[in-house]
Write a protein that binds this ligand. Sequence first.
Ligand code: 1CP
Length: 354
Amino acid sequence: MTQQQSGSLATQTIRHKPLLRALKGEAVWPPPVWLMRQAGRYLPEFRAMREQADFLTRCMTPEIAVELTIQPIRRYGMDGAILFSDILILPWAMGQDLRFEEGRGPVMTPIRDEADLARLDEGRVMEAVSPVREALRRLRVELPAEITLLGFAGSPFTVACYMVEGGSSRDFAHIRAMMQQNPALFDKLMAMLTRSTAEMLCGQIEAGAEAVMLFDSWAGILPPEAFRRYVIEPTKQIVAHIRARYPDVPLIGFPRLGGVMVTEYAEKTGINTLALDTVADMAKVAEMVPPSVTLQGNLDPMILLNGGEALQEEARRIRDSLKGRPHVFNLGHGVIKTTPPEHVATLVETIRSV
Ligand code: 1CP
């Protein structure tokens, strides 16, 4: 299908897609809802599939990735389906090894010097992620028309954190050292990630993603100047690259724990939607960013886990505080794996009963 054709198809169906409308800047009421990590271990049907294949196999087998993407939609009918995949698929596609260990999370051989960097190959990315595009193509066929299909990637800085640390980290000692002691090497890695992230996201859009999200989960560890250089600047480049090819596809940015820097991020990067973490006062941020920017967020995942009256009250408070403003209801971070599944049903019902 050409871009022209998919564009006109999108205009025909957009009326029925509340999430896509909100991401494009319309104040839809009640706000559409989806949740970060809505596919995950809190769902018994997800745990059942988990025994069949390891994490990478699940991401790279279209049948499985499609099923895991659809599971939460089947149960709760969220307005958005986020592709089941991971931000670390990109470094894996470049040739860095990756495995997920129980209790430890992702484990990779770290990138620390020129020789490590030279072993990575941007040229293999598109071929390596072709099963992801196949999953998106199948999802566009299988999902009900009113549900918006979301693609995603990690932002270059957050992906670089995992690549340089070799997995999760508490103090990010190695990446901080590289930024200060070998900025030329770090810049090279960031440039490589910026290019390939933009390309990979264009590939996801071409395969059927109707909007894409950039997860910058560790943006908040940087001081302001570094935040401008390693978070705002690469995001701006990725947005420009995608927008030149797909001007109508909305882009969501999530500069987690970015504090007051999020307003500058919203103004300078060109993203359509600013996703906010739990600590952000959504109504205050709404006063500080242009009214055309949609806000996404930001219920505390702990409140969802604990449930009860407090869950309904807090969900309504956030929803009502943004009435009249383009808003997508979400959490401030991912669903916690011990969350009772019925709390998610309560949340979706609460948001929709007005
Ligand atoms: O089977 C399992 O238990 C593996 C757990 C798991 C899952 C379900 C991982 C490993 N990744 C995922 C899926 C995933 N990851 C999605 C799928 C769609 C959905 O949201 O339902 C998405 C969007 C991500 C994004 C992701 N992966 C982020 C950004 C968002 C965030 O949580 O901050 C990050 C940082 C990762 C890295 C990662 N992958 C997996 C783990 C356990 C981690 C985090 C490690 C850490 O805390 O440092």
